[in-house]
Design a protein around this ligand. Structure first.
Ligand code: NAD
Ligand code: DAU
Length: 356
């Protein structure tokens, strides 16, 4: 089969990246997919279990900050498309240890942009029209009050080391468009949920703790609001932006699902009670909720206005919150071995098993 696109997916062993790689291999058999991942604590090769290396797919263990390795990979694989997920992604970790966020999210993005610039803007480039898609977050816009929504023109106002590092990377990507004419697009999306999410994030954490009779820690008053987006909807939106988006633009991607944290936690507990019955204690799982000290600088509310991507590219989310939570709880119930291996750390040995 002729290869029509040669795509570098960075961070393809993480939560969203793995869902994205699976989507590409399922739906786009004529694309060659190079999955580059450093396999940090958040990178799990088991997320891609069952996927073999072949003409369509290759895994490369590397750091996006390694300039020589990035330059060589772009040339060796004649990469014509980048979907850049690789990042340090957890806000709480950015508060206790910001250095890795600055390194990967800012220096790493810069290193990839340089590799793309050297390869694509060189007169000898003979490949397809190239495209660099940078995956960013709604957190760059800061925090909302009770009303209003983030649009693509909302000024940046990041408030955590994580969101500041992502905002910096967005600025760099835009600078490469304006200064060098690098063909770039940016996506800013809301909170994802679904299969393969690391159980440090709210939804899988609540699943794991409530299955094990552990407390469910709610930061502050639990009335913080996030706009929840089912991960497969997000991955489909990324393909739309990659293939049809306009260079130099940003596209907001949201789920139209604003919920308070306490409501999310209660919904997961009630869904579990209904699906597998009450725990041994006989008490509903939601009684495991405890209110704990708030996250420093905790953003009160995020809400995405996703009308631009709908108007321009025809994309809108398909999965309602009710359906998404059902699917997610079903997936975690069916994949408790996966959760256990992430929690006990044994997933980190999987690389040696696969690659020696
Ligand atoms: P994740 O933490 O689950 O995965 C990150 C992946 O990047 C891991 O596989 C990790 O090994 C890899 N990685 C980290 N540092 C690396 C480096 N230096 N070199 C190569 N690989 C490296 O993250 P996620 O939740 O899948 O998020 C993916 C992207 O989407 C991130 O850029 C994040 O900022 C953005 N985002 C996430 C959400 C969300 O709700 N999860 C929402 C908006 C935007
Ligand atoms: O908005 C997009 C962002 O969503 C992404 O850019 C980030 O990469 C991703 O991690 C996510 O950030 P959040 O901080 O919103 O996600 P998290 O799951 O950590 O927290 C969701 C909400 O739940 C938030 O208001 C904090 C709260 N929370 C979280 C945890 C882990 C709790 O109340 N208790 C918890 O134990």
């Amino acid at each position: 089969m002729d290869i029509n696109r040669r795509i570098l997916v960075t961070g393809g062993c993480g939560f969203i990246g793995a869902n994205f790689v699976r989507l590409l291999l399922r739906e786009y058999p004529d694309w060659r997919v190079i999955n580059l991942d450093k396999l940090t604590y958040a990178g799990n090769l088991q997320n891609l279990e069952g996927i073999e290396e072949n003409d369509q797919y290759r895994f490369v263990k590397a750091d996006i900050c390694d300039a020589a390795a990035m330059d060589k990979l772009f040339v060796d694989e004649q990469i014509d498309s980048v979907v850049h997920f690789a990042a340090e992604s957890h806000v709480d970790r950015s508060i206790t240890g910001p250095a890795a966020f600055i390194q990967t999210n800012i220096v790493g993005t810069f290193t990839l942009l340089e590799a793309a610039r050297k390869t694509w803007l060189n007169n000898s480039w003979k490949g397809n029209d190239p495209r660099f898609l940078h995956v960013s977050t709604d957190e760059v816009y800061g925090s909302l009050g009770d009303t209003g929504m983030f649009t693509e023109t909302t000024p940046f106002d990041p408030r955590s080391p994580y969101s500041a590092s992502k905002a910096s990377s967005d600025h760099l990507v835009n600078a490469y468009f304006h200064t060098y004419g690098l063909p770039v697009v940016i996506t800013n999306c809301s909170n994802n949920y679904g299969p393969y999410q690391f159980p440090e994030k709210l939804i899988p954490l609540v699943f794991h703790n409530s299955m094990n009779g552990k407390p469910l820690p709610i930061y502050g008053d639990g009335k913080y609001v996030r706009d929840w987006l089912y991960v497969e909807d997000h991955c489909e939106a990324i393909v739309e932006v990659l293939t049809k988006g306009k260079n130099g633009l940003s596209y907001n991607i949201g789920g139209n699902n604003e919920k308070q944290n306490l409501e999310v936690v209660t919904r997961i507990c009630d869904t579990l009670d209904a699906k597998i019955g009450m725990p041994k204690s006989g008490n509903p799982r939601k009684e495991l909720v405890i209110f704990v000290k708030d996250r420093p600088g905790h953003d009160r509310r995020y809400a995405i206005d996703a009308s631009f991507i709908k108007d321009q590219l025809g994309w809108e989310p398909k999965v309602t919150f009710a359906a998404g939570i059902e699917k997610t709880v079903d997936w975690y119930l069916a994949n408790q071995d996966w959760v256990a291996s992430v929690v006990d750390g044994s997933y980190q040995k999987y690389y040696e098993t696969m690659y020696g």
